[in-house]
Design a protein around this ligand. Sequence first.
Ligand code: B12
Ligand code: SF4
Length: 461
Amino acid sequence: MRLYLINPSNSLVSIVRVRESHWNRYRVWKPLSLMALAGLTPPEAWDITIVDENLGAPDYPAMPRPDLVGITAFTSQAPRAYEVAAHFRRLGAPVVMGGIHATMCLDEVMEHVDSVVTWEAEGVWPQVLEDARHGCLKRRYDGGLAKIGDIPPARHDLLPARYAFGAVQTTRGCPLNCSFCSVTAFNGAHYRQRPIADVVREFQLIREKRVLVVDDNLVGTRPEHIARAKDLFRAMARANLKKEWVAQATINFADDEELLALAAKAGCRGVFIGFESPTPEGLRELGKKSNLLKGRDFRASVRSIQRHKILVVGSFILGLDVDEPGIGKRIAEAATQYGVDILNALFLTPLPGTRLWDQMRSAGRIVLDAFPEDWKYYTLTFPVARYKHLSPDGVIEEMISCDRSFYSMPRILRRMWGNLWGRRQLLISLVGNLSYRNNLRLNRKAYADFNRQRGQGQDSV
Ligand code: B12
Ligand code: SF4
């Protein structure tokens, strides 16, 4: 039986535009969802091919007809997912779709595929495969939240060796439930942890030297989470994995010297932290309670992390109700003042399933709502909603001014000097900064196309 597992691309996502900017090559990440599904698939019964369209879409008509197609999709990938599904359904091959978009927009997805798997796949995928073998796929399977104490390792051998990073997951779920984020809605508030021995074994299966740990918060928030993270890092160091990895964490990562030292010893080279807003009002609006700790000195926290030669990528959101003209520069100033190595600023975007979606939907503030086509703009890099104090053109101008200010050549050089002086991941930081700087040009073109499509004329950016 032949199984295709497909990760559809979205040409509006700059990281896939490798030809236009070769710096983007270094940010092509592996689709772990499909590798995890492949890990749940008996290899003796199924011949599995994973197609990641981010490496380029294959010539589907030239490929042998499959017995089953599984498609994953974030919301921004949904329009392309439906095109791919339509192709295979025309051939008579059954198509099943799963992942976050299929779960949050079930009715829409049901119109485009034969079968939908909602929530996490571990509990139901073997049944889906059996039903597909017997030609009796159900319209819907509900996977619920998996017990991740005994999941098999993902198949790290199935994709070509063309990625800058391998991928692994050690925990699922987040108790913090920020208003804009779908993680708590999808993976639950309970912080579920995989057994440390399983994680270490899985690391050993990864071919790439560099690894993205996809957890939403690798260290967690409670003392027992931190203790587990320390045990994990100790086990990784003992196993002498020889990997360098990057992960996501909340700012409390900075508060424990032993944790930082163990993370660095285990191979941590970079951490992605959501600062979200430069103001307490903004943090309150987003429900980002973890950043509101009284007396928190973000600059000192960033320094503590960097002292362990770990890069800090800071993420901010632009377009909050409290944001007024000038917010772009303000975010760039805050990120510079905190001393982050790379800034990732994104538009406030209502994603289905979040509190923000409910609020904006009921207030009639979602402007791009010709679904499913408009989902392609839900990349967080386009303003899809109405922003309280910023006009549609104004919010884009703020984003351009933010990126232009943070990624000005003098500031990049100053940061590189800091990296060199602190002997801190100079090469990764340089590639990151230059790829963001390069994308400024691509983004301007993308905004102009976006405005044209909205019928506002090209000159408005
Ligand atoms: C790693 C990651 C990335 C990587 C992507 C790597 C890749 N190619 O997959 C990078 C950094 C590139 C990325 C980019 C983006 N991401 Co992202 N990302 C994640 C993250 C942190 C982990 C995903 C992951 O690997 N999980 C591990 C796997 C095992 O879990 P899973 O994907 O959920 O898969 C399970 C189930 O969903 C299900 N399943 C999934 N697919 C399928 C398919 C079938 C057929 C079946 C049966 C089941 C099934 O089974 C799996 C096992 O249980 C998630 C947060 C999260 N916790 O999921 C955000 C997340 C998915 N990203 C998100 C967003 C918004 C984006 C961006 C649009 C914006 C941005 N700048 O971050 C971009 C755009 C990407 C694009 N191409 O359009 C949102 C998506 C929300 C939504 N409704 O779409 C999330 C949920 C984070 C959030 N804050 O809300 N992301
Ligand atoms: S933004 Fe981060 S801290 Fe907030 S709910 Fe999402 S994963 Fe948790």
